[in-house]
Design a binder for this molecule. Structure first.
Ligand code: NAD
Length: 419
């Protein structure tokens, strides 16, 4: 196995500049790094991280290395890698990186294999592919893993399914479920960067368009609100009645996809589900409809069904494929149905990843410093980590908040006082 596998070493200079640019918007992570540098809480710990290889991830990796970790990084998606960042990580920061933007499935899994063969004590995942590879292909390694961190909703869903099956052999911390992660990263990060990805891919005006968002979870709320902010008429599709009411009261039209398919101009799935836009929906779409996904896997849009319906497929711009169907209409699919914010743009802005990745770094420290290994299963991020990260984030933003007075504390803890 090569010492790293990246596209082009000469991109390192640009990558380093981008990593440093992102770092200035990650003040909380900087504080963690400064402390890690002094205390070395991860000294000598072998770690493998399978994450989107972005400038923000690079700053997390620098932090883990500053803490003493012997870290290896591989891509968590074939299309989300920033090749310049991968070059800089490997050659400026000494973090072996296995990631090439646009890599095929075989290379993607070869890179995951490199992460497994590093024999990590701690793993980090965005989508659970690394944990899954260890359990499926290297079960003997599972007993030696001290713990794992999971970054995204889809990964947590997969891991809970493994836990329910009795298949999960080591502890995993659901970093996604920390308040300082999904409330901000999934909502504001995915919201902004998904619109950024759609705009960069198409250069289209969003104002006045009928913009269909499938799923009104943390990410869907963000995407819907940002599309509305740009002047779109937003339609939400849902399967959960509570979320559908929430979307309605937030001022969005709610309807089934079968109905939305006929009127939408731009479609974006963010459900974590499969075949949310499928054959009958493509067949009903208007000529020129744009379809993309910002959920974790490229299964939300049924691409094989689109391919079957199409009589021709043509790449018309980077990240835009025109599928002309037998009914004469053309549907444009963005970014091969992969997360459009990472495929066509740069993923979440650094300021929001500051919280997510501070949580990741501190959770790794928590797992390593515990005297005993946590039981196999999915665990929550300790509450103190969420509190610490949110207080420091607020401080870094120069925002002060009130404190409870002694009388208020007493009042809130008592039941005796009424009208
Ligand atoms: N693009 C990114 O950078 C990014 C960032 C964070 C999370 N994600 C991914 O985005 C996806 C959504 O994450 P989330 O945190 O919003 O999850 P969530 O569970 O909060 O929301 C998902 C929503 O989709 C709805 N849904 C499920 N099936 C549906 C269907 N067939 N039609 C319509 N709605 C349906 C659910 O009812 C739920 O409300 C996951 O795959 C997650 O891993 C992507």
């Amino acid at each position: 196995m090569k010492k790293c596998d990246i596209r082009d070493r000469s991109l390192r200079k640009v990558g380093k500049e981008r990593i440093e640019w992102a770092d200035k918007d990650m003040p909380v992570l900087q504080l963690v790094r400064e402390r890690f540098e002094k205390e070395k809480p991860l000294a000598g710990v072998r770690m493998s991280a399978c994450l989107h290889v972005t400038a923000e991830t690079a700053n997390l990796c620098r932090t883990l290395k500053a803490g003493g970790a012997r870290l290896l990084l591989c891509a968590s998606n074939p299309l989300s890698t920033q090749d310049d960042v991968a070059a800089s990580l490997s050659y400026d920061y000494g973090i072996p990186t296995y990631a090439i933007k646009g890599e095929d499935t075989k290379t993607y899994y070869k890179h995951i294999r490199a992460a497994v063969e590093h024999k990590p004590f701690i793993t980090m995942d965005d989508g659970a592919d690394l944990v899954s590879a260890i359990h499926t292909d290297y079960p003997e390694l599972a007993d030696t893993v001290l713990g794992s961190m999971e970054e995204t909703t889809t990964g947590v869903i997969r891991l809970r399914a493994m836990e329910a099956d009795g298949a999960l052999k080591f502890p995993v911390i659901a970093v996604n479920d920390a308040q300082t992660k999904h409330l901000f990263d999934n909502r504001y990060g995915t919201g902004q960067s998904t619109l950024d990805g759609i705009i960069r891919a198409t250069d289209m005006l969003v104002a006045g368009k009928k913009f269909v968002v499938a799923g009104y979870g943390w990410c869907g709320r963000g995407v819907a609100h940002r599309a509305k902010g740009l002047g779109a008429n937003v339609i939400v599709t849902e399967v959960d009645p509570l979320r559908a009411i929430e979307a309605t009261m937030d001022g969005f039209w709610v309807m089934p996809m079968a109905q939305a398919a006929r009127i939408g101009d731009i479609f974006c799935t963010v459900t974590g589900d499969i075949k949310v836009i499928r054959r009958e929906h493509f067949a009903a779409m208007k000529d020129g409809a744009i379809v993309c996904n910002s959920g974790h896997f490229n299964v939300e849009v049924d691409i094989p069904a689109l391919q079957k319906l199409a009589k021709s497929k043509r790449r018309v711009r980077a990240f835009v494929d025109a599928y002309t169907m037998r009914n004469g209409r053309t549907v444009y699919l963005l970014g091969d149905g992969r997360l459009i914010n990472l495929a066509a743009a740069e993923g979440h802005p650094a300021s929001v990843m500051d919280m997510s990745f501070s949580g990741q770094a501190l959770t790794s420290e928590y797992v390593v410093k515990r005297k005993t290994r946590l039981a196999p299963g999915v665990h929550e991020v300790p509450r103190e980590i969420d509190e610490w990260v949110s207080r420091l984030k607020l401080k870094s933003m120069g925002i002060k908040i009130d404190r409870l007075t002694a009388e208020q504390r007493e009042y809130l803890a008592s039941w005796s006082m009424g009208t």
